[in-house]
Every structure is written in structure tokens, then in C-alpha cells.
Ligand binder design. Structure first.
Ligand SMILES: C[S@@+](CC[C@H](N)C(=O)[O-])C[C@H]1O[C@@H](n2cnc3c(N)ncnc32)[C@H](O)[C@@H]1O
Length: 194
């Protein structure tokens, strides 16, 4: 099987598991259930393309139902992906997807981000988790000094960047979203507390 068809099949299998479990666990908002492929997976897949040259370890903060962390794990079997999710039912869901899909490169850490020992990761991602000033503290805890953060942000991202700069110094590349003209992936490096 080619890499492309393996990936397509795996993403379809993941979407089916989300639809099966969503009524019980509320992994994505029920109003966006029809948009699993066109929004949740597409946004996460776009991040995979942006981060094409990423290597080594990847930590996804507040993974919920697995966006973007499980999509990264599916599309990049060469990366070692850790999913931090403190809600035990969501963490169980993530573990069962990993088991059912035999994802050898993914593990779940079912704890609060701030209670997990520093992971020293090469890459850290987050989507729909917290405002940027709060996220910077989470990211700084788990990203290594040369690492890159990939933060998926909605329409208020410019204001959040201005607010975060009051407490943090960092380099930023903003990648506008293809699916939502107000959204962007913020690629952040060189984080230090000012
Ligand atoms: C709004 S959901 C977003 C989930 C996913 N990233 C997405 O885009 O669909 C935020 C998730 O982060 C988790 N979370 C929030 N604060 C956390 C913390 N301090 N440590 C670990 N997980 C946290 C919540 O349990 C929830 O599942």
C-alpha cells in the first residue's frame, strides 16, 4: 500500500472512531460532527504540511479527541508523539484509537500539562486550548531551547500575540489558514520570559 493510501485509510478509520464515541464523550462539538474531515482533520493535516521538516519528538497539549496530535501521529510515523490530556475519558479514547490503529509512535499522558515533568520536546502543538499568554507558559515548560511551537489560533490571534509579548520574547512566523481567513498557525521559536 502506498503512503498516501495508508494515510487516507488511517484518517478515515480515525474519523469513524470519533463519530462512534462522540455521543458518549463529546470529543468535538456535536455541531461540528459533519466537519470532522473538512475542518478538524483538514486543519490538522495543514499543520502536518507546514511542519514537513520537523524531526524527533512532538508533544500535543490538550489533545481532546486528538487534534492535531493524533493526525500528526498518523501522518508522520517517523515522529515520536506524546498527547497530553487531563480528562480521563478523553485520554482513554486516545489510547483506544492508538491501540486499534496500531500507532506505534504515539503515547498518551493523562495528566495536567503543568504537572507533567519537562519533556524537552523538539516540537509542541496546541489547538483550542488557551489564550496565547497562558499557552506560552505551557509551551515553555515542554519545548527544548532549539524547538518549535505550532499553535493553531482563531480570529483574535494578533491581539493575543501583542498580549503575550508583554511577558514573553519570541520569534513568530504566522501561517494563514486555507480554510478560515481569520485563523493562523503560529510557528514560534526562541521563547524566553522577559
Ligand atoms: C477545547 S478542547 C480542544 C481539544 C483539541 N485540541 C481540539 O482542537 O479539538 C481542550 C482540551 O484540553 C484539555 N485541557 C485543558 N486544560 C488542560 C491542562 N491544563 N492539562 C491537560 N489538558 C488540558 C481539556 O480536557 C480538553 O480536552
Amino acid at each position: 500500500m502506498s503512503d498516501v493510501s495508508r494515510e487516507t485509510e488511517a484518517l478515515a478509520g480515525y474519523a469513524a472512531l470519533l463519530r462512534k464515541w462522540n455521543p458518549a464523550i463529546n470529543l468535538v462539538s456535536p455541531t461540528t460532527l459533519d466537519e470532522i474531515e473538512s475542518r478538524h482533520i483538514a486543519d490538522s493535516r495543514a499543520l502536518v504540511d507546514l511542519a514537513a521538516d520537523a524531526t524527533g519528538s512532538w508533544v500535543d497539549l490538550g489533545s481532546g479527541g486528538g487534534f492535531p496530535g493524533l493526525v500528526v501521529a498518523i501522518c508522520r510515523p517517523d515522529l515520536s508523539v506524546s498527547l497530553i490530556e487531563s480528562d480521563q475519558r478523553k485520554a482513554s479514547f486516545l489510547r483506544s484509537v492508538i491501540r486499534e490503529m496500531s500507532l506505534k509512535n504515539a503515547t498518551v499522558i493523562a495528566k495536567r500539562i503543568e504537572a507533567v515533568d519537562r519533556l524537552d520536546a523538539a516540537n509542541v502543538s496546541a489547538r483550542a486550548l488557551a489564550s496565547l499568554p497562558q499557552l506560552m507558559a505551557y509551551v515553555e515548560r515542554h519545548l527544548n531551547a532549539a524547538g518549535r511551537a505550532w499553535l493553531m489560533k482563531g480570529r483574535n490571534w494578533q491581539n493575543e500575540v501583542a498580549e503575550a509579548r508583554r511577558d514573553w520574547s519570541f520569534d513568530l512566523k504566522a501561517h494563514p489558514s486555507n480554510t478560515d481567513s481569520d485563523a493562523a498557525v503560529l510557528e514560534i521559536t526562541g521563547i524566553t520570559h522577559v
